[in-house]
Design a protein around this ligand. Structure first.
Ligand code: MG
Length: 159
């Protein structure tokens, strides 16, 4: 069995006046994340993990933030494109584990919806997707509530 591992990391800055999109879900919050796309930091980390595992570079290469086609784009569309790039190369997701690092808001009420949405886009079972959240105990840029970070690890299996 041919297997590969990939990891991804991303950060976006908090900003007023934008919706908060995380894991493909809109979460009610008083601020959102700044970015060229919808700034879904979790989906971006997951995409980089998928691309990394498949040896396909990173999302900056595939979806440059200088390209007006990706302005304000729903990151679920980008994730679907990444999934298709892997699918045609016979890579399937074995499992995916990710962590969102932020001080606020509390993400526990939204975890199930995020898992369901990510599994739907990647055409896998929700049991293959694990999303965690942690604070940094008030330390660093996430602790000061300046931004949100996310990291992801995926196992890819050649099918
Ligand atoms: Mg990003």
């Amino acid at each position: 069995m041919q297997i590969r591992v990939g990891q991804g990391f991303d950060v976006h800055r908090w900003v007023a006046g934008r919706p908060l999109c995380l894991g493909g879900v809109q979460i009610p919050h008083e601020q959102g994340l700044l970015g060229h796309s919808d700034a879904d930091v979790l989906l971006h980390a997951i995409m980089d993990a998928l691309l990394g595992g498949a040896g396909l570079g990173d999302i900056g290469h595939h979806f440059p933030d200088t390209d007006p086609r990706y302005r304000g784009i729903d990151s679920r569309e980008l994730l679907a494109m990444v999934h298709e790039s892997l699918r045609v190369r016979q890579w399937a997701v074995g499992n995916l584990d990710a962590t969102v690092i932020c001080q606020r808001p509390k993400l526990a009420p939204h975890m199930s919806a995020m898992v369901q949405e990510i599994a739907r886009i990647l055409q896998i079972s929700p049991e293959q997707v694990n999303i965690k959240a942690t604070t940094t105990e008030g330390l660093g840029f996430t602790g000061r509530n300046e931004g949100v970070a996310a990291q992801a690890v995926v196992l890819l299996v050649k099918v």
